[in-house]
Design a protein around this ligand. Structure first.
Ligand code: SAM
Length: 207
């Protein structure tokens, strides 16, 4: 039986909640609820409108406070997932830490290292291997390692998958994803459709 009960904190660092982040956060909330954890979205601006898909999720908490304030008395129990950390995450880190902290940042290519905003706060860091992941993928991998006790190199993944929309349209995603049993990248519900819509819009904007 897998150990549950971990807290996953995403410190929201973007100005607003775009549709991509909303799908990513909903996926994190649903998977966290299904595995008996807690999901905190922290540092939310006063104007932040919490989407219904999140507010109705019992595992989810919206927080105005930042992670430093929430964990002021217990900083050593928080692990920052940091692409520049010198040590990779291991199943034993599930005993060392209660809470796992992620940057609420959309992936960018090339990566701009906005996780540095969290690194400055001084939490102990761990890496999830050398490739950039989307935030929901990073949470998924962390949960598999610290709750399901799967070593990082045992997590099935695919790098830079090509999403095919039809015979003529496809796009390559510049991230690492966990794969499902059919070897397909796991993405939030609705994400593939959103990516196609954005790609179509970019083409329309050319005319
Ligand atoms: N381009 C980014 C940046 O500016 O740092 C990466 C952002 S990534 C989409 C969102 C979050 O997922 C990061 O802040 C980090 O917490 C986590 N993450 C993604 N890939 C990771 C990796 N390989 N190792 C550790 N954490 C990772």
């Amino acid at each position: 039986m897998a150990a549950g009960g971990k807290t996953f904190i995403v410190e929201h660092l973007d100005e607003e909640l775009g549709p991509w982040s909303e799908l990513e956060y909903s996926a994190i909330a649903n998977e966290t609820r299904d595995t008996r954890g807690r999901f905190i979205l922290s540092s939310l601006p006063p104007t932040f409108r919490v989407p219904a898909a999140l507010s109705s999720n019992g595992a989810f908490t919206a927080e105005r406070r930042g992670v430093e304030e929430i964990y002021a008395a217990d900083r050593s129990r928080v692990c920052l997932l940091d692409p520049s950390a010198s040590e990779d995450l291991s199943p034993e880190d599930g005993d060392k830490f209660d809470a796992f902290l992620f940057g609420g940042i959309l992936g960018d290519d090339p990566p701009r290292d906005r996780t540095s905003e969290l690194r400055k706060k001084g939490f102990e860091g761990r890496r999830l291997g050398p490739k950039q992941m989307t935030t929901d993928t990073a949470v998924r991998v962390t949960r598999m390692v610290v709750q399901d006790k799967i070593a990082l190199d045992g997590v099935p993944y695919v790098d830079f998958p090509e999403l095919k929309f039809n015979e003529h349209e496809s796009t390559e995603m510049p991230f690492r994803y966990v794969t499902d049993q059919a070897g397909q990248p796991i993405m939030p519900a609705g994400m593939k459709e959103l990516i196609q819509k954005d790609a179509d819009k970019a083409v329309d904007d050319l005319f």
